[in-house]
Structure formats: C-alpha cells, structure tokens
Design a protein around this ligand. Structure first.
Ligand code: FDA
Ligand code: NAD
Length: 426
C-alpha cells in the first residue's frame, strides 16, 4: 500500500523548489504534487552555503534562503507548501524506482506512485577515497554540498579560529570556501593539480588576477600537485596534509571541493544516460515519456555548444525546472529549451558573471589591475562567450544579450580595442 500522486518530484533542492512554484503558477489541485527529499528541510538556495551562510557576522540562516528568493520570487517556506496542498516528504531517501510501473520505494518502506516524474536529484560531492586517499571521515575534514556539511564547516571554523585551513581543489568550492575561511580569520592554503585556479573556465590571465587578489588576503597557493595522504591523530583529527610532491602542510581544518557526480544510479538500466547524466530532449523529457529530468543531473541540448551537456549551476537548475513543468502542463506543446549558460561567483568584494561557452579564441579587455575587466570567446568568427568582473547590472545584461545574439567578429584586435563597448553597442 502507498500513496498516489499525479506529479512527483524526486529530490528537494534548487530545481525542485523552482518546479513547485511553476506548478502552482500554472494551476494544480491540492494533493496532486509530492516532493520527496533526503534533506530534512524544504528546498533552499544551495549557493548560499558557500557565501552568506559562512559569514562570521550576521550569517544567512534558514528560513531566509528557501527557494525561490534567489530569483526574486516568493520564498517557499514549509507553510507555503501546506497552503498549496503540496505533499513534502522530507528526510526520506528514495531507494529504488520502477519507471515501467511508475513507482518509487522510500527508505521507510512506502511505495509512492506517479503519473509524471521529475528527477531533480542533483549531485553528490566526489570523495577523496575515489582518488585513493583515506581519511575523509576525519573530524576536521569537510565537504560542502548540503546544509549539514555547511553547519559542520561553521562549527570547525569557530573551534579553530586563527588556525591553518587547507583547501583541496581549485574550482568553485575551493575558491568560495577559501575566501570565507579568510574572512573567518583562518590561514588558508589552496592545493590543486592544475597550473591555475578555476581551470575549467578561467584563462591564465583571468586566473592570475584572482590568485594575486587572494594572495593579497594572505592565501597561499600550492599548484600542480595533489594530496597523497593525511596524518591522522588518535582523536580522529587530521594534523597534516601530505602532498604528492613530498611536502607536508599542517592542518586544523581541511575543506575538500574536488568535483561532483550526478545522482543518477537509481535510473541506470532504465533510462538513457549521456555524459554522466540523464539524457533529455529540449522539453527536459527522458527516454521514458513520463519521466523528466532537470538541474545538475540532466544532460540537455544546449544551442551555443551545438551539443548536449550537463551543467552544474543554479541558473540552469532554476530554468530547466520551469521548462520541464511548462512542458508537462502544456502536454509538450512548448518550444525547445533555449538556454544560454550563465555562471557567476562572488568572493570577497569581487563579483563576476560568465555567459555562453568558453571555446575558441580569447580576447581580454579592461583594467586587470583591480577595475572592471573581462574576456570574449570567439569561435568560427562569432562571439560565443563573455566574462566580466566588476560590472554594473546594465553591463552584465549587455554581455548576456551580446552573447545570445552571437554577433560576427571579423577582427579580434578591433574587438579588443572596443572591449566592453562592443557588448554595449551590439
Ligand atoms: P540539488 O543538489 O540542489 O538538489 C538535489 C536534491 O535531491 C537534494 O535535496 C538531495 O538530497 C536530493 N536527493 C538526491 N538523491 C535522492 C534520493 N535518492 N532520495 C531523495 N532525495 C534525493 N551555482 C551557481 O550557479 N552559482 C553559485 O554561486 C553556486 N554556489 C554553490 C555553492 C555550493 C556550496 C554548492 C554545493 C553548489 C553551488 N552552486 C552554485 C551549484 C548549484 O547549487 C547547483 O547547480 C544546484 O543546486 C543544482 O540544483 P538541483 O536541484 O539539480 O540539485
Ligand atoms: P569543480 O569541478 O568546480 O572543481 C573541482 C576542482 O577539483 C578542480 O578545479 C581541481 O582543482 C580539483 N581536483 C580534481 N581532482 C583533484 C584531486 N585528486 N586532488 C585535488 N584537487 C583535485 O568542483 P567543486 O569546486 O567541487 O564544485 C562542486 C560543484 O558545486 C560544481 O558543480 C560547481 O559548479 C558547484 N558550485 C558552483 C558555484 C558557482 O557557480 N559559483 C559555487 C560553488 C559550487
């Protein structure tokens, strides 16, 4: 025995919250929608966990950052779900799914059936063990994916103020956590295998600006090497981080951000997978017509890339969720999802935005000594990507618009000379 719903959202993160809002905007009846989430709180804006949540003064705490405040929409509190007749099954892991029978089995043994399923299971943090390093479960080693992780990190920062923090990984988590650790008065060293930070997106020139800025805040960089082992004391605390280059760094706190893996294992052998995610079409519909996938777990066609990709960013989670709900409610009579990739970060007093694809020739522009600067990517004579640090709202809108229009660029030197002016006049 179990419950039956018309719509079930599996996962209770960013995409689930934005999907729920869209369902109510389009009109669903009480009792039709259910959200099942392993987390013990309703959907929230995950990006807050590496930013406002880690501030020493007036940190952000729930309920202030429940979805959908991140897009200046309503804040969906537990009461909101109740008022809208949406069943929130939280603190509950789904153990198996049968897409043929349209049922899910929860950890508490309940079978929940659906007519339409939206998979919004996001991703999990990659563990050091997957790279052959033991000790992830030590008292002072921290990953950052959910609220429980963020609470642990806050406790660790409080109990080791003034101590040494080692950040493993030079991607988004590494950069944002390193900044937060500095603000919490820790001595920070970042360790990563690449030649520069944010290697998936930044050019060496852009990376060099941020690294110099971080160094001015006291952050040290150990590049081109990885962790080989931890020294762990009898109290289960890491005391030092040993690197493959033979050096050793004393540690009071270790924060690990070495990438993610999408949560798709429930669907292996049941749905078509691609590039590590669940393959969907331009309506976010999977190889089973009753099952849609959105957010970090979905591999969808992206026009600017000319191929399907999985994106791991909040804007994509929000918009793909809305698009899936629109497609479901309009019985697939909708346009293909036409998404312009958008990534951003805020660190210290800095703030950048990126739109499109970072492929092709790069042209840098602006003031790299601490003012507004950026870069364009030009592929096959067209602008395909834009990056801007320190822009105004209007300037960010301009680079977004220019990138979407994909204007022709004949002369890279002229583009460099025009700089931001190019986007402002397209
Ligand atoms: P999300 O991970 O949000 O939610 C997945 C949900 O599914 C979770 O609630 C999980 O518990 C649940 N779940 C999974 N398996 C389940 C199961 N079997 N049963 C029940 N529940 C299950 N992006 C950006 O553009 N700008 C930014 O500044 C940031 N900052 C940022 C900071 C931090 C700390 C993180 C971890 C991530 C970011 N991101 C970001 C990335 C962004 O948060 C991410 O892309 C979205 O959260 C993806 O939304 P989803 O809903 O797809 O997954
Ligand atoms: P990431 O993919 O951005 O970076 C992973 C980093 O791990 C790489 O840059 C590399 O330096 C490092 N690395 C890889 N293997 C390693 C190894 N064996 N040892 C040491 N370092 C190694 O992933 P992340 O930083 O862990 O972020 C996780 C997820 O959270 C991503 O999906 C990201 O998009 C998301 N996120 C986004 C934002 C944002 O958009 N502002 C902020 C925080 C998190």
């Amino acid at each position: 025995m179990g419950r039956a719903f018309v719509y079930v959202i599996l996962g209770g993160g960013v995409a689930a919250g934005y999907a729920a809002l869209e369902f109510t905007k389009r009109g669903i009846s009480h009792g039709e929608l259910c959200i099942i989430s392993e987390e013990s709180v309703p959907p929230y804006e995950r990006p807050a966990l590496s930013k406002g949540f880690l501030l020493p003064e007036a940190p952000a705490r729930l309920p202030s950052f429940h979805t959908c405040v991140g897009a200046n929409e309503e804040r969906l509190t537990p009461e909101w779900y109740k008022e809208h007749g949406i069943e929130l099954v939280i603190g509950t892991q789904v153990k198996s799914v049968d897409v043929r029978r349209k049922t899910l089995l929860t950890g508490s043994g309940e079978t929940i059936s659906y007519k339409v399923l939206i998979i919004a299971t996001g991703a999990r943090a990659l563990k050091l063990e997957e790279f052959g390093v033991k000790g992830s479960d030590s008292e002072n080693v921290c990953y950052l994916r959910d609220l429980a992780d963020a609470n642990r990190l806050v406790d660790l920062m409080e109990s080791s103020s003034g101590g040494n923090a080692i950040v493993i990984g030079g991607g988004y988590i590494g950069m944002e956590c390193a900044a937060s650790l500095v603000i919490n008065r820790m001595n920070v060293t970042m360790v990563f295998p690449e030649e520069h930070c944010m290697a998936r997106l930044f050019t060496p020139k852009i990376a060099s600006f941020y690294e110099e800025f971080y160094k001015s805040k006291g952050v040290k960089f150990v590049k081109g090497t990885i962790l080989s082992s931890f020294d762990i004391a009898s109290n289960r605390k890491v005391t030092a981080v040993n690197l493959r280059d033979g050096s050793s760094l004393p540690a009071d706190v270790v924060v690990v951000g070495i990438g993610i893996r999408p949560n798709k294992s429930l669907f292996e052998g049941q749905l078509t997978l691609e590039k590590g995610g669940i393959k969907v079409n331009g309506k976010m519909q999977s190889s089973n017509s009753s099952v849609y996938a959105v957010g970090d777990v979905a591999t969808f066609p992206v026009k600017v890339f000319g191929e399907s990709r999985r994106l791991e960013h909040v804007d994509s989670a929000r918009k793909s969720a809305r698009h899936a709900v629109t497609a479901i409610m309009e019985r697939n009579q909708v346009d293909e999802f036409d998404y312009l990739p958008f990534f951003y970060s805020r660190i210290f007093t800095l703030s950048w935005q990126f739109y499109g694809d970072n492929a092709g020739d790069v042209v840098h522009f602006g003031d790299f000594s601490g003012g507004t600067f950026g870069a364009y990517w030009v592929r096959k004579g067209q602008l395909v990507g834009s990056f801007l640090e320190g822009g105004t709202k209007e300037e960010y809108e301009a680079i977004a618009k220019a990138t979407r229009l994909k204007p022709e660029v004949e002369d890279l030197a002229e583009l460099e000379r025009q700089g931001l002016g190019f986007a402002l006049t397209v």
